[in-house]
Design a protein around this ligand. Structure first.
Ligand code: IMP
Length: 208
């Protein structure tokens, strides 16, 4: 059984990754970062999803001595010039511990910013970069990254209670429901994270 450490404590993401990896291999055991309480916080100091994903994967692979998979993702809204983008998780600057409250605060801020933006001009994309790093052999560090994009639009108000983050206000192109209303399996098929994970898996499998 190969152990891979996921560079996140976000339960919503861990659940999605477990499902996605489980679809392609039953010989991968996913460990969340919560299983490594001594792991120092990795500052997401990059200015792009790619930089942040790589920073996290490298730091965790080095610390845990296990292969690590990190993603950095965000919602890029055209009418806001790509905001909240890499700052999606901390957009409303919520300081508490509750991820649900944080999601609500972020959604509220985005909806206020788009208050005067008509339905026809609310296009947006979710993007995810997934980075893999295996530094078990220091002489030959293995790294790879893939990007996934999901296009859609920002709704006028939140709908649905599935998923996490901005799911209740995002309607994927070609669907008449928000991401929070779609069954998890459907989200996996179309999501930015699903696309990126499926793209990187053949590489991971061939380097185990
Ligand atoms: P990070 O990748 O941990 O920096 O956080 C990205 C943030 O973007 C999350 O906390 C969410 O707010 C948002 N986000 C990323 N992917 C999704 C998604 O699939 N659904 C809803 N929100 C997402």
């Amino acid at each position: 059984m190969l152990k891979i450490v996921l560079a996140t404590k976000n339960i919503g993401k861990i659940v999605e990754f477990e499902r996605l990896l489980g679809q392609v291999s039953n010989s991968i055991q996913v460990l969340g970062l919560n299983e490594f309480p001594d792991m120092p916080e990795v500052a997401e100091s990059g200015t792009t999803l790619s930089e942040n994903a790589r920073l996290k994967a490298q730091a965790i692979a080095n610390f845990t001595k296990l292969p690590a998979l990190a993603d950095d993702s965000g919602l890029f809204i055209d009418a806001l010039n790509g905001d909240p983008g890499v700052f999606s998780a901390r957009w409303a600057n919520y300081q508490g511990e509750s991820s649900k409250e944080r999601d609500l605060a972020n959604i509220k801020k985005v909806l206020i910013q788009l208050e005067n933006t008509p339905v026809s001009d609310r296009s947006a994309s979710f993007k995810a970069v997934v980075a893999y790093c295996d530094s078990r052999n220091y002489a030959q560090v293995i790294e790879k990254e893939e990007l996934g994009v999901l296009k859609g639009e920002v709704l006028l108000e939140p709908v649905g209670d599935g998923g996490f983050g901005y799911d209740p206000i995002f309607k994927p192109t070609g669907f008449d429901k928000s991401l929070a209303q779609l069954p998890a399996g459907v989200k996996d098929e179309i999501s930015h994270r699903g696309i990126a994970v499926r793209a990187i898996l053949p590489f991971i499998k061939s380097h185990l």
